[in-house]
Design a binder for this molecule. Structure first.
Ligand code: WT7
Length: 656
C-alpha cells in the first residue's frame, strides 16, 4: 500500500430527497432526527447502545459492563446472557405476531411454503433436539451447506438455540472449498440437502459433501444430515448420513433456548479477500443481535405490514444478517427465494414481487446491471406497485444503474438505500436512512448512528473534503467481528495495523478507498488493492467503470492497471456490451472519448477489450486480480476457487 491517497475524478451531483409519502410514515423521518441520533451516539456510544439493547432485546441476565475495549479486541455487554434464537422466535409468541408469517419461501420450480412465527419456532426446537441427539453440544461448530430453502434458516436458528456456532458455506462452492472451511473450523456435523434448484438444474450438494469428506478427509465430522429437496437418488452412508425428515419426525418440540454469554461465538463465516487463504470471520452473540436488529429496523424502515425480500444467499453475510437474524429479531415477514433469473423465466424476480406484494426489495448492483441488460419490458409487464423501498449492497453502484433502479423498479416512488458494509462489520455501516437522508446516486451517504467513520491518509490523519483516502472506523461498534478464527494475529495485521495507531488509538481499516464530500457524504471508490496508478495519479476503479457504464452501449465494465514504462500503469478496460451492439474501431474510439469527456484525459483507457462476461466471485464481485494478470499477459496465479464460471477466463484468454 502506498501512502498517497486516492484521487477522485467522478462528477456526480444529482440528489434525491426522500419522497413526501415515504417521510410521512417513516420511523426516522428527518435529517434533523438523524443528526440528533448521530450526535447522541457520538457523545456517548456506550449509553446509546446500552439503551437500545435494553429496550429492543430480551436478556436472560443483564450485562455488567457495556464495552470492554482492549484494542483491537472488543467485548460488548460483558456477562450479559442472551439467545438470538429466543429473540428471533420465542419472544414473538406472546404477542399477536405468533401467527404472523415469519418466513415466506418460494422455490425455483414454483413450489412454496409459509411459516408463521409459531410454526418456525416449533421446527427450530425440533431440529435443535435432532442436533442434540446426534451429540452436538454447546461450542461445537456445525457446517451448513444448503440450497436456499427454509431448512437453511431453521438449521441456523437451531444451532444458535443450543449454542453451537454455525459455519455456513455457500452452496455454490466446490467440494475442495467446502473441505478447507470444514477443516479450518473443525466442524462436528454437516447439514446439507440432496440438491437444490438453480437455473432449472439440480445443484448436487450431497455429492459435493461426499467428495469433500472423502473417506477421512475431514476427521472432525461425525454425522451428515440431509434434507430431501430435489429427490434424485443419492447414496447415504450408514451410520454417518441421516435424513432430516426421519429424525425431525420423532423429535420433541420442547427445547428451551440456551442462555448464551453475550460474547459466545454465534458463527464463523469465511470471506475470501483478494489474496491468500479464506479468513474465518468470527461474530459473537449479543452485539451482533443488537446491531443487525437496529440496522434492519432503521435502514429498512420496517413496519408490520412489510413483506421484506433480500435476494442474497444465506451463504453470505447479507443472508445471515438481513434474511435471517435482523428481520426475524424485528418480528418481520422475510421472504426467501431459491431461484435465479434464468432463460426459462428471466422475469422471475418481478413475478415474486407481484405474487407476494413485496414492499422492500434489497439486491446487488451486479444483479441490477443484469436486469438492465435483460430489458425493462420484463419488470414493466408485472405489477410492482407494492414496492415502497429499494436497497443495494455489495459494491459501489454506478450512478446510471442507480437511476435505472429508481426509475424502472422504484417507479420514482421508492427511496433507495445504498448500504456499505462488510462480512467483518456484521451489519450496515454507511447507509442512508430512507426517510431522513437525501440520496446521491453512487454514494452510500452517511454513517449509521454510532459509527465513527472517517477518511484518512496512511498516518491516520483525516484528509480534506473531496480528497480520496482510506476508509476507517474510529470506535468499536456492537456488530464488529471479534477475530479471525484460529488466527488472531491475522486479525490484527489485516484490519488494525495498516493505519498506524496514534496515541494508543486504534482505527479499523476496511480495505476500501473513499472520499467524503462537502455535505459529509461518503463515496466508496473500490478496494485499495485495485487502485490504478497513472502518471503519479492514483485512481479508484469505480469512477472509471461508472463513466463507461454511463454509455448506452455498455452493460458492464471493469478496469485494471497494466504496467507501463512511462506512465507507471495504463488503464485497461474490460467491457461487456448491451445486446445487439457490434464491436468496431469506431466503438473503441467512442468509448475512450466518452471516458475523457465524462471524467478527463487522465482516465482515458489505453486499451479496451470486449467479452460477453466478466470473471466474478459467486457473490457477484468482479475479480480484478485475475483481469490484472490477463491484461499484463501473465499466468493466472492464486486462489480461483471462488470464481463463479471458469469458462469466462478461458474465453477472455482466447480473446486476447
Ligand atoms: C466489500 C465487502 C456487505 C455484504 C456484501 C459484501 C464492497 C459492499 C458496498 C456499497 C460500495 C460496497 C466494499 C466492501 N461493498 N457494499 N454499498 N458501496 N462498496 O460483503 O464480501 O464482505 O465485501 O464490498 O468494497 O469492503 P463482503
Amino acid at each position: 500500500m502506498v501512502s498517497t491517497p486516492i484521487e477522485s475524478i467522478l462528477n456526480e451531483h444529482r440528489s434525491f430527497a426522500p419522497p413526501e409519502d415515504f417521510v410521512a410514515n417513516a420511523v426516522i423521518n428527518s435529517q434533523a432526527e438523524y443528526e440528533r441520533l448521530y450526535a447522541q451516539a457520538q457523545a456517548n456510544p456506550e449509553t446509546f447502545w446500552a439503551e437500545l439493547a435494553a429496550k429492543e432485546l430480551h436478556w436472560f441476565q443483564a450485562w455488567d459492563q457495556v464495552l470492554d475495549w482492549q484494542p483491537p479486541h472488543a467485548k460488548w455487554f460483558v456477562n450479559g446472557k442472551i439467545n438470538i434464537s429466543y429473540n428471533c422466535l420465542d419472544r414473538h409468541l406472546t404477542t399477536w405476531r405468533k401467527n404472523k408469517a415469519a418466513l415466506i419461501w418460494e422455490g425455483e420450480p414454483g413450489d412454496s411454503r409459509t411459516y408463521t412465527y409459531a410454526q418456525l419456532h416449533r421446527e427450530v426446537c425440533q431440529f435443535a433436539n435432532v442436533l442434540k441427539q446426534l451429540g452436538v453440544t454447546k461450542g461445537d461448530v456445525v457446517g451448513i451447506y444448503m440450497p436456499m430453502i427454509p431448512e437453511a434458516a431453521i438449521a441456523m436458528l437451531a444451532c444458535a438455540r443450543i449454542g453451537a456456532p454455525h459455519s455456513v458455506v455457500f452452496g455454490g462452492f466446490s467440494a475442495e472449498a467446502l473441505r478447507d472451511r470444514l477443516n479450518d473450523a473443525q466442524a462436528k456435523l454437516v447439514i446439507t440437502a440432496d440438491g437444490g434448484w438453480r437455473k432449472d438444474a439440480i445443484v448436487p450438494l450431497k455429492e459435493q459433501v461426499d467428495k469433500a469428506l472423502g473417506s477421512d478427509l475431514v476427521p472432525s465430522v461425525a454425522n451428515v444430515l440431509v434434507v430431501q429437496r430435489t429427490k434424485q437418488t443419492i447414496p447415504m452412508l450408514p451410520g454417518r448420513d441421516h435424513w432430516w425428515h426421519d429424525l425431525q419426525k420423532g423429535a420433541s418440540a420442547d427445547c428451551p433456548a440456551e442462555p448464551m454469554d453475550s460474547e459466545d461465538m454465534l458463527f464463523v463465516l469465511y470471506t475470501s479477500g483478494s489474496t491468500g487463504k479464506p479468513k474465518g470471520v468470527v461474530h459473537t452473540t449479543g452485539g451482533y443481535n443488537l446491531y443487525t436488529h437496529m440496522t434492519t429496523k432503521w435502514v429498512f424502515d420496517l413496519n408490520d405490514m412489510d413483506v421484506y425480500w433480500c435476494t442474497a444467499d444465506v451463504g453470505w453475510i447479507t443472508g445471515h444478517s438481513y434474511i435471517v437474524y435482523g428481520p426475524l429479531s424485528n418480528g418481520a415477514t422475510t421472504l426467501m427465494y431459491e431461484g435465479a433469473p434464468r432463460a426459462s423465466n428471466p422475469g422471475c424476480f418481478w413475478d415474486v414481487i407481484e405474487k407476494y406484494g413485496v414492499t422492500i426489495f434489497y439486491t446487488a448492483p451486479t444483479a441490477i446491471r443484469a436486469f438492465i441488460k435483460m430489458g425493462e419490458h420484463l419488470p414493466q409487464a408485472r405489477d410492482l406497485s407494492s414496492l415502497r423501498l429499494l436497497g443495494t449492497v455489495g459494491e459501489p453502484i454506478n450512478p446510471e444503474a442507480w437511476i435505472w433502479y429508481h426509475r424502472i423498479i422504484g417507479q420514482e416512488r421508492c427511496p433507495i438505500v445504498d448500504t456499505w458494509w462488510q462480512t467483518e462489520t456484521g451489519g450496515h455501516m454507511i447507509t442512508s436512512l430512507p426517510g431522513a437522508i437525501p440520496a446521491k446516486p453512487g454514494s452510500a451517504t452517511k454513517p449509521f448512528p454510532g459509527i465513527l467513520a472517517d477518511v484518512v491518509d496512511l498516518e491516520g490523519n483525516p484528509v480534506a473534503d473531496n480528497d480520496g483516502g482510506y476508509l476507517v472506523v474510529r470506535y468499536p461498534w456492537p456488530g464488529m467481528m471479534r477475530t479471525v478464527y484460529g488466527d488472531d494475529d491475522r486479525f490484527r495485521r489485516t484490519y488494525w495495523e495498516h493505519i498506524a495507531p496514534k496515541d494508543g488509538k486504534y482505527v479499523y481499516f476496511a480495505g476500501d478507498g473513499a472520499r467524503r464530500d462537502e455535505d459529509g457524504y461518503f463515496w466508496v471508490m473500490g478496494r485499495v488493492d485495485d487502485v490504478i496508478s497513472v502518471s503519479g495519479h492514483r485512481l479508484g476503479t469505480m469512477e472509471i467503470e461508472s463513466a463507461l457504464v454511463s454509455h448506452p452501449s455498455v452493460a458492464e465494465a471493469a478496469v485494471v492497471g497494466k504496467p507501463d514504462p512511462v506512465k507507471g500503469e495504463e488503464i485497461v478496460a474490460f467491457v461487456t456490451l448491451e445486446n445487439n451492439v457490434n464491436v468496431d474501431e469506431d466503438l473503441i474510439k467512442t468509448l475512450k472519448q466518452h471516458v475523457v469527456s465524462e471524467i478527463g484525459a487522465l482516465a482515458r483507457p489505453g486499451e479496451i477489450r470486449f467479452s460477453d462476461a466478466l470473471p466474478k466471485t459467486r457473490s457477484g464481485k468482479i475479480m480484478r486480480r485475475l483481469l490484472r494478470s490477463l491484461a499484463a499477459g501473465e499466468e493466472i496465479s492464486g486462489d480461483t476457487s471462488t470464481l463463479e464460471d471458469r469458462s469466462v477466463l478461458d474465453k477472455l484468454r482466447e480473446g486476447a
